[in-house]
Design a protein around this ligand. Structure first.
Ligand code: FAD
Length: 475
């Protein structure tokens, strides 16, 4: 009888412990992906569905090259697995574990229930450098501060040797599969994805990695802060869906350093960002409530404003602050936003507009191709000041100064906010400060072609500081 290989967030053939274990049995393998929209934790956002659609097609193509194919089923995970077990007689299900609390609970429930019927689920870690729960401090408690966490993580991370997976995979051919076209994951009417970026799938992830090793990693530390530059790896969606293992990314960066192709410090900076991904996953595992509530409870007393008009202006990139608007438009049009700008737009929503971080987190969840529950929540709480190891409360990003510092020549802003493109550099991050004749010379009618700021920077900052200070006093 064959064994089942249940793909979830490990959509790759290389470095895949569940696949390797399945292959080691010497039996035929039934590779399946189950789209469980109701039972799989938080429903996928629209941009994630776009990515998943292409990633599953790529996985199927890769399996076909090895003589197999991907079986697609849609519905309740356990019912679909049971159906497949009945159809194949399989008694073992191989899978890489998911560590988000809801998914973890679902997996445990399924494993328990199948066990009663003589089917064994064999879970492995295929998505993180270290299993959540395994990186604890001297008092066996989870770390709440990144730096010691990262140090401990690096000391004990599991770095398996690189494997390509079996060359040939035999799969019974009588099994039915849904057609991915019928799943409707790619948007239709309207198809807003024309400008979406990235190449979903394992081959795309490897191409992104090798491009990054050649042209980004060498100057990563400084380059990663410049939004107009393609200096980062763009691996976030691939890491989220497991199209590449994190240990492969780490080994590649360190390999480039040990070969002398890039300075060691640049490689370690990149590894520490992978470390932030781990920190986020571990925090969510230990503190599952952080998707809903502030890690530091006093922050849930923030006097959030209910202001749908400003929220809409933020979402659509019409706040009047060019760096904020450029970021929000990049996100809407490409499904991605540069990390520096993510921090700026998040700070603007939370602090200048005093709108609940959960609104921003939900918007990112729907629009980011790399939407990841742990990373998204952790980063939003970090900016809000309410998270573990968060930014101090008085850190309020100045959207003008951030633009001037990280987009000095206005390249990023001009690309995404073309209506102000003809303004001289001096005014590009604060168009409302430009004298009338400059505005006229740039063909810009403020308030018509491009909005005036929806909130005054100094007033917004003072209002946020007052609210945050009151909270800080409580802690
Ligand atoms: P690189 O700079 O090449 O970094 C390499 C990898 O490290 C990334 O692919 C990612 O997996 C990880 N990483 C980098 N920075 C962080 C970070 N701050 N936290 C956690 N992991 C990190 N990242 C997501 O993957 N999903 C999200 O939903 C997400 N939401 C965010 C929300 C906010 C408000 C902020 C400020 C950041 C968020 N990030 C999120 C983190 C970060 O912005 C992205 O991971 C990064 O921009 C992806 O681009 P890259 O792959 O080129 O990154």
């Amino acid at each position: 009888t064959p064994v089942i290989l249940w793909f979830r967030r490990d959509l790759r053939l290389a470095d895949n412990p569940a696949l390797n274990n399945a292959a080691d049995t010497g039996r035929a393998i039934v590779p399946v992906y189950i789209l469980d929209e109701a039972g799989d934790g938080r429903p996928l956002g629209a941009a994630s569905k776009w990515w998943l659609d292409k990633s599953l097609r790529a996985l199927d193509a890769a399996l076909q090259q090895r003589g197999s194919r991907l079986i697609l089923r849609r519905g309740d995970s356990e019912s679909e697995l049971r159906r497949l077990i009945d159809e194949t007689g399989a008694t073992t299900v191989f899978m890489n574990r998911r560590f988000e609390p809801d998914a973890w609970a679902q997996d445990a429930e399924i494993a328990h229930s199948l066990k009663d019927d003589g089917v064994e689920c064999r879970g492995t870690n295929g998505t993180l450098l270290a299993r959540p729960g395994s990186v604890l401090n001297g008092s066996s408690q989870p770390y709440r501060v990144f730096t010691p966490f990262h140090k401990a993580l690096m000391a004990q991370a599991e770095v398996p040797t690189h494997t390509l997976g079996p060359r040939a995979i035999s799969t019974p051919d009588h099994l039915s599969s849904d057609s991915i076209d019928d799943w409707g994951l790619h948007p239709k009417r309207p198809d807003w994805s024309a400008e979406f970026e990235g190449e979903p799938g394992e081959a795309g992830a490897l191409a992104a990695l090798s491009h990054f090793l050649k042209s980004g990693l060498g100057g990563y530390g400084a380059g990663r802060d410049i939004p107009s530059r393609a200096a980062t790896s763009r691996l976030s969606a691939a890491l989220h869906w497991g199209e590449i293992s994190p240990w492969r990314a780490v080994a590649a960066a360190r390999g480039a350093a040990s070969d002398g192709r890039v300075p060691g410090a640049e490689a370690e900076k990149f590894v520490s960002e992978i470390g932030w991904r781990e920190f986020s996953a571990h925090l969510l595992h230990h503190f599952p409530f952080i998707t809903e509530r502030a890690f530091r409870p006093e922050y849930d007393t923030m006097p959030w404003r209910d202001d749908p008009k400003s929220l809409k202006a933020w979402q659509t990139g019409q706040t009047g602050y060019p760096i904020v608007d450029a970021g929000m438009r990049q996100l809407w049009r490409t499904g991605y936003m540069h990390n520096r700008v993510r921090m700026v737009v998040a700070s603007f929503l939370i602090k200048h507009l005093l709108i609940d971080w959960r609104e921003g987190e939900a918007w990112f969840w729907d629009t980011l191709v790399d939407a990841d529950l742990a990373s998204n929540v952790q980063n939003w709480q970090w900016v809000a000041g309410s998270g573990a190891d968060a930014a101090p409360y008085f850190r309020i990003f100045n959207p003008i100064a951030q633009g001037e510092k990280f987009d000095a020549e206005g390249r990023y802003v001009r690309r995404w906010v073309p209506e102000i493109a003809r303004l001289p550099d001096k005014y590009i991050h604060a168009p409302w400060t430009a004298p009338r004749e400059i505005l006229a010379g740039a063909g810009l009618r403020l308030g018509q072609d491009y909005p005036r700021p929806i909130v005054d920077h100094a007033e917004g900052r003072a209002r946020a500081l007052a609210a945050l200070k009151a909270i800080d006093n409580k802690s």
